[in-house]
Write a protein that binds this ligand. Sequence first.
Ligand SMILES: NC(=O)c1ccc[n+]([C@@H]2O[C@H](COP(=O)([O-])OP(=O)(O)OC[C@H]3O[C@@H](n4cnc5c(N)ncnc54)[C@H](O)[C@@H]3O)[C@@H](O)[C@H]2O)c1
Length: 296
Amino acid sequence: VDLSSVDPAVVAAYHLDRLPLDRPTRSTSDLLRLDGKVALVTGGGGAGLGNAICHRLAEQGATLAIVDANHDAAATAAKEIRDTWQVQAIAVTGNVADWDAAHRSVQTAVGELGGIDILVNNAGGSGAIGAGGDRLRPRGSFAEMSRQDMETTVGVNLMGVLHMTKATLEVMIAKRAGRIINISSEGGKRGAPGLSVYGSCKAAVIGLTRNLAHELGPEGITVVAVCPATMISDRLLSGGHLTPELDGLMGWSFRQTSIGRFSVADEVASMVAFLAAPAGSYVHGSAVSVAGGFAS
Ligand SMILES: NC(=O)c1ccc[n+]([C@@H]2O[C@H](COP(=O)([O-])OP(=O)(O)OC[C@H]3O[C@@H](n4cnc5c(N)ncnc54)[C@H](O)[C@@H]3O)[C@@H](O)[C@H]2O)c1
């Protein structure tokens, strides 16, 4: 593409000067690099998706702030990242569901690492979440859900995303640059049996992504949601949720998945890694399914 003969008024009107015209000359591996970038990943301390995302981003050269309610898990993950990828990684203990704690987490990360270029709102789930790793009743009827389970589910899965995004935006707007990746769920696009509150939060995260895209795109900040379906973890395997009869939520989920198998967290982390890097720069305001054809 050559803009030299294009009317400057047209260039200005259509922001043609913002197009990354050097793209065809850059290699794919170069477009996946994140050297010099700082990524904050919430819930990065566990053994699930957050941790897999941290490893992928670190491999691409990013410096990491791992924010997790579980101090030991975050510290272990940060050490593992430093040892494996030779990048800077810090552990920040913080409960995203709490406004003040979320803001403190961001301030700590910015103070120690100098800024935040990429925010991955991953902390969440329908099982062990919350400041103390509360064991929620993972699924069941809305009519029987307790107030505490409802508040924790909304607090982490929705309020946590709002708090962390709000706190991080102060930094990104000042720089007129940034990437926000919200981990939603296929359950936010479609209904599922027994996950009414969780699924509503995940639908709200998709809505937030769409709405923020309008507000932040012109500021140079891009927003995207990623929707996994079931990811196999040791926690899931040891919880007795998988039965040969394919019954319950997991059986239902499996039957919905046309690829014929569940996923591992790294398959979703690879998409996050792509979206965080220049390679994924134009994916904005959408909710990307990484779900094996779930209910498609
Ligand atoms: N596991 C699945 O099959 C699945 C499917 C679809 C979507 N998702 C979504 O993917 C994301 C990751 O899920 P996962 O199951 O891999 O879990 P994970 O292990 O990546 O995340 C849990 C981590 O978040 C931390 N955490 C919990 N509450 C917190 C809080 N209030 N503040 C800060 N940290 C907190 C935990 O300590 C833990 O380290 C979640 O948003 C979840 O809703 C998961």
